[in-house]
Design a protein around this ligand. Structure first.
Ligand SMILES: Nc1ncnc2c1ncn2[C@@H]1O[C@H](COP(=O)(O)OP(=O)(O)OP(=O)(O)O)[C@@H](O)[C@H]1O
Ligand SMILES: [Mg+2]
Length: 361
C-alpha cells in the first residue's frame, strides 16, 4: 500500500467556474523525492495545500496510510504526519532558530522531554551549529533560514515533507545544499518528499518527476540513475541507523543530557537572580542613601547589572555546552553514527528499560 494515494482528485475555488485540479490520480511512497513541475497557475500550490490538509478537495479523495483525509482528524494529521517547507521560510523573525523549533513542537503537542536539546540536535543535522541556533532568525542568511525551516518541518518527525519552491530565493550553491538535505531525508530516513519547483536543477534530484497539465499529473520522468545511487547510499547509510546501546553508554549519555538541561536552566536562572539582587540593591541605595552619590550608584548598578550578570554566565554556559557537545560527538563517532541517531538510541533504550521494569512488576 502506498503512503499517499490520490484518486480522481478534483478542486475548484469557490470564486471560480473552472476546476484547477481535474480527476487527478497519483501515488506517493516513502523513501522517494518527487518533483512536481508545471507552468505558473497550473495548480501546484493548490495540490500541496490539499495534500497538507489545509484545504479539502471538492471531488475524489486523498488517502494517507489507507485512510481518506476527509475521515481523518485533519488537525492531528497536520500536526503529526506532514511537515511543510515554505519558499519564504515563514519563521518567527524575532525568535532564535532553536526557539522556532521548540515553539513548533509545543504547538504540535510533542511529548519530547528535552525539546531545546532536541532542537539543537535537529539543527545540527541541518548544518546549523549551536551558536547559530541561538541567533535570531533576522540575523541568519537565507540558506540558514531555509535549513531552520526544514528542521522545523521535521520537528514532529512526519512521514511526508512537502516543499513549495524551497530554493526559490536561494543561490545555486545553497540550492544544492538544501536539495542534498531533502534527498537525504528521503533516501536515508525514508521520508516521502514532495517538492514543487520551477528549477531544472531541483527536479534533477528527484526520483520521479511529474508535471501538471489540464488539472492532471503527468509523468515526466519516472525513476532515475539516482535509484542505483540510492541503493549504494542505503548500504552506506545503514551503518548510520540508530545503534544499540550498552548500559555504560546509556548512563554516560544520561549524564550528558541531564548536564545539558541543567546547564541551560542555570544559564537563565543564575543571571536572573543576580540581576534581581542588583536591582533591589539599586533601589535600596536610592531610597535610603539618596542624594547625588546614592542615586548615581543606583543608576550605575541598574544600567550595568544586566550585562554584568548575563554576559559572563552566557559565555560560561556556552563553553560548557560545547564541551558536552564534543563528548556527544565522540560517543557518536565511536558508534559510527550521528548525534541525532545516538539520541534516538538513548530514548529507545530508555523506553525498553521502562517496559521491562513494568513487565517484571
Ligand atoms: N484563493 C483563490 N481563489 C481563486 N482562484 C485561485 C485562488 N488561489 C489560486 N487560484 C487560481 O488557481 C490556479 C492555480 O493556482 P496555484 O497557486 O495552485 O498555481 P501554481 O501552479 O502554484 O502557480 P505558481 O507556479 O505561479 O506558484 C490559478 O489560476 C490561480 O489564479
Ligand atoms: Mg505556487
Amino acid at each position: 500500500m502506498s503512503l499517499m494515494k490520490i484518486e480522481d482528485l478534483t478542486y475548484r475555488y469557490e470564486s471560480s467556474n473552472k476546476n484547477v485540479l481535474n480527476k487527478m490520480t497519483a501515488e506517493f511512497d516513502k523513501g522517494k523525492v518527487y518533483a512536481i513541475v508545471g507552468k505558473s497557475g497550473s495548480g501546484k500550490t493548490t495540490l500541496l495545500s490539499l495534500i497538507s490538509g489545509l484545504d479539502v478537495c471538492t471531488g475524489g479523495s486523498i488517502s494517507y496510510s489507507g485512510k481518506n483525509l476527509k475521515e481523518t482528524d485533519r488537525d492531528e494529521y497536520r500536526a503529526k504526519s506532514i511537515g511543510v517547507v515554505f519558499q519564504s521560510y515563514n519563521l518567527l523573525l524575532n525568535a532564535t532558530a532553536a526557539e522556532n523549533i521548540v515553539l513548533s513542537m509545543n504547538i504540535s503537542g510533542s511529548d519530547e522531554p528535552y525539546k531545546k536539546e532536541y532542537a539543537y540536535a535537529l539543527l545540527e543535522r541541518m548544518g546549523i551549529d549551536r551558536e547559530t541556533a541561538d541567533r535570531k532568525i533576522l540575523k541568519l542568511s537565507g540558506g540558514e533560514q531555509q535549513r531552520v525551516g526544514i528542521a522545523r518541518a521535521l520537528a514532529h518527525n512526519p512521514d511526508i515533507i512537502i516543499a513549495d519552491e524551497p530554493t526559490g530565493n536561494l543561490d545555486s550553491e545553497t540550492e544544492a545544499d538544501i536539495m542534498d538535505i531533502l534527498s537525504k531525508l528521503a533516501h536515508d530516513d525514508e521520508k516521502c518528499v514532495i517538492i514543487v519547483t520551477h528549477s531544472k536543477k531541483v527536479s534533477s534530484y528527484a526520483d520521479d518527476i511529474y508535471g501538471i497539465a489540464d488539472g492532471k499529473l503527468v509523468p515526466v520522468r519516472i525513476g532515475s540513475a539516482r535509484r542505483d545511487q540510492k541503493k549504494d547510499d542505503k548500504q552506506i547509510s545503514s551503518k548510520n541507523k540508530s545503534p544499540t546501546l550498552d548500559e555504560e553508554t546509556f548512563l554516560q549519555l544520561k549524564a550528558i543530557y541531564s548536564a545539558q538541561k541543567n546547564n541551560s536552566a542555570i544559564a537563565v536562572w543564575v543571571p536572573l537572580i543576580i540581576w534581581a539582587a542588583c536591582l533591589i540593591t539599586a533601589f535600596l541605595l536610592s531610597t535610603f542613601i539618596g542624594g547625588f552619590i546614592g542615586n548615581m550608584a543606583a543608576a550605575v548598578i541598574a544600567v550595568l547589572s544586566a550585562p554584568a550578570a548575563f554576559i559572563p554566565m552566557r559565555k560560561f554556559a556556552s563553553g560548557c555546552q560545547s564541551a558536552l557537545s564534543a563528548k556527544l560527538d565522540e560517543c557518536a563517532k565511536k558508534f559510527e553514527t550521528t548525534t541525532t541517531q545516538l539520541r534516538q538510541a538513548y530514548f529507545d533504550y530508555n523506553s525498553e528499560t521502562k517496559k521491562r521494569t513494568e513487565q517484571t512488576e
